[in-house]
Write a protein that binds this ligand. Structure first.
Ligand code: HEC
Length: 164
């Protein structure tokens, strides 16, 4: 009898664990899809009028254009930059369109959403190929990103304004 009870309890617990795990991975998948969609939406505001900038050390990405959604654009000063010591409000999206041979080759995004489970240092971090496939999932919680971006915390972990 005891054994049957244990088996039943074990099965119930495992079912719940599996359900929670699949919900979480579904949420992560949706979050990657949403971040890609928002990053490729029309109506973003371009830094330096959409000029292609050369990546500067310690950049891992090469040439790029930089774009902001309306919330992020609203935090920029008259030079189009974030003031030193400033921070971006929740919902800000910053998109780095990486260009190779004049073509878009990778999209690197950071979105301010400190209360999100996938966020690190206040931002969600993701990279996508132009066809929407995931190159660096939000589920990795920016482990490959925050070390370098956190190296200069003066402008809310963004690096462009000090280099370009
Ligand atoms: C070794 C350093 C380094 C690593 C690692 C790194 N970045 Fe960056 N990133 C930079 C630098 C430097 C810039 C400024 C623009 C440039 O010259 O490339 C930048 C710019 C950006 C920008 C534009 C906003 C800004 O900060 O200026 C985004 C978005 C971005 N990176 C996303 C990511 C993501 C996502 C990852 C992780 C998958 C990542 N980066 C990893 C160095 C790094």
């Amino acid at each position: 009898m005891m054994n049957l009870q244990k088996i039943t309890t074990f099965t119930a617990v495992m079912t719940i664990v599996v359900l929670i795990a699949s919900c979480t991975s579904e949420e992560v998948k949706n979050l990657d899809e949403t971040l890609f969609e928002e990053s490729t939406a029309t109506g973003l505001t371009y830094y330096r009028n959409g000029e292609v900038l050369e990546g500067k050390s310690p950049s891992p990405h090469g040439s790029f254009k930089l774009a902001f959604n309306d919330i992020a654009a609203g935090a920029l000063n008259s030079e189009g930059e974030l003031d030193e010591g400033g921070s971006f409000p929740t919902g800000s999206l910053i998109v780095k369109e990486i260009m190779t041979g004049g073509e878009l080759s990778l999209i690197a995004s950071m979105k301010k959403d400190a209360s999100n489970d996938q966020s690190a240092e206040g931002w969600i971090w993701g990279e996508y190929n132009p066809d929407g496939s995931v190159a660096y999932s939000v589920s990795k919680k920016g482990k490959a990103c925050t070390g370098c971006h956190g190296g200069d915390p003066n402008r809310d972990l963004t690096r462009t304004f000090d280099l370009h």
